[in-house]
Design a protein around this ligand. Sequence first.
Ligand SMILES: [Zn+2]
Length: 420
Amino acid sequence: MSDVLDIGGAAKAFDPLWTEILDVGRAGTGGYRRYAWSDPDLTLREWFRGCAAARSMEVEEDRNGNLWAWWLPRGWVGDPKGAFVTGSHLDSVPDGGAFDGPLGIVSAFTAVDLLRVRGVEPAVPIAVVAFSDEEGARFGVACIGSQLSTGVLDPGRALGLRDIDGITLAEALTRAGRNPAQLGPDPALADRVGVFVELHIEQGRALDLVDHPLALASSIWPHGRWEFDFTGEANHAGATRLVDRRDPMLAFAAAVHTARTEAAALQAVATFGKVLVSPNGTNAIPSRVRAWLDARAADQPTLEALVARITALAHDHTRAEGTALTVTPESITPIVEFPDGPRNRLARALSHLGELPVIPTAAGHDAGILSEIVPTAMLFVRNPTGVSHSPAEHAESIDCHRGAAALADVMTAWVTQSST
Ligand SMILES: [Zn+2]
C-alpha cells in the first residue's frame, strides 16, 4: 500500500500537528483528561483555530460550540453549501488514549495540506470540524454538540446536565465565555454538509486480525446508557445483623453479573463502568448505589431484550433484599446503517488500495448522529492493541500517515469530481 499513498507527504504534515497536542490534558497515568469545556479542551480549541489560521481557513464556532474551519472554492459567494466535511472530536474519556478523536482532526488538516501541495482547486467547500463533547465524559450524554445541532438533544435538557462537581453545562459554557442561551438546532446544517467523513481509530481488533491498515464503516450498533439507582438504608457495618440490612450494593453486584451473562447469551455487550456509592464509607452499609449501564447490540430488538432482562433481574434482587431500584434511560442511540452512496464513492476514490474491509463498530460517533440528516461515512485506522478508552489505545505512525493520505485521496476525488 505504501507505493500508492502519499505517505511521505502525509508524515511531513501530520507529525508536527500531532506533536503539538501530545501533552495537552495528559495525566500522570499517560492517559488524557480532555473533558468538554475544561482547560485542556479550551487549549485544544485554540490549537484548532491556529491550525485553521495557518491554512487561511476561516473558523466559525457554531451555536453549540462545534468548530468549523472553512476552505471555500475560489470566487465562492455566500454561505457554504454541499461541503465535504471531515473531522472528529477533541475531548476524551477519563484517561483516554491519544487517538480517539484527535486522529480524525489532525488527519483532516493533513489532508488539506496534501491537497494544497497537489494544487487541487476544490469545486465545493471543504470544512474541518471538531464536534463538542463527543465522549459525554463530563455531563453524561455523548455527542452533545452534534446532537444539539441535529435537533436530537433538547437544549433545555442539555443545559441542565451536571458534571460530577454539580456544575451544569450552562455554567460550564458561561465560565468558558460562551452564551448558553444560543444552544439549539442548526437549520443550515443539512444544506451546508454534502457529506461528513469521520476518520477514527478502530476501537477493536478487526483490522489487526485481517492485517489491513484501513477500513470503511458499515454500521454503528444501537447503544445506550441507563442509570440504575439502587436505594436502601445506611447502617453500621459491624453492629447491623445481616438479616436486618437493606443493602443496595447486593442488588447492584448481582446486576453487574447479570449484565455480563445476559450480554454473552445475546452476543452483545453490557458494562457497568461508573458507580457512585453513598455514603461511601468502609464501615458503612450503603444507603444508595447509583450505577450506569452501557449496553450495545447488533440490532435494536436484541438491545431492548438485553436491557429489559438486566432490569427485570435487578428488580428481582432489590425485592429480595428489601431495597428499591429506579432505572432511567439517559441516552439511547438507534442503529446507524451508513449509506451505500458515500461509502461507494470513498471505495472508488481508494480503489488503488484494492478492496477495503467494511466493518461495523460498537462505538458511537458524531458521524452516527449526523447521519440522521446528512450523508455520512467513516474511515477506520488499525489499532493493533484493540484497546480503546485507555492509554493503551494505539495506532502505528505509518498507519496514521496511511489514513491521512487516504483521506486526502477521498477529499481530492470528492471535491474535484461530480457525484455521478
Ligand atoms: Zn471518538
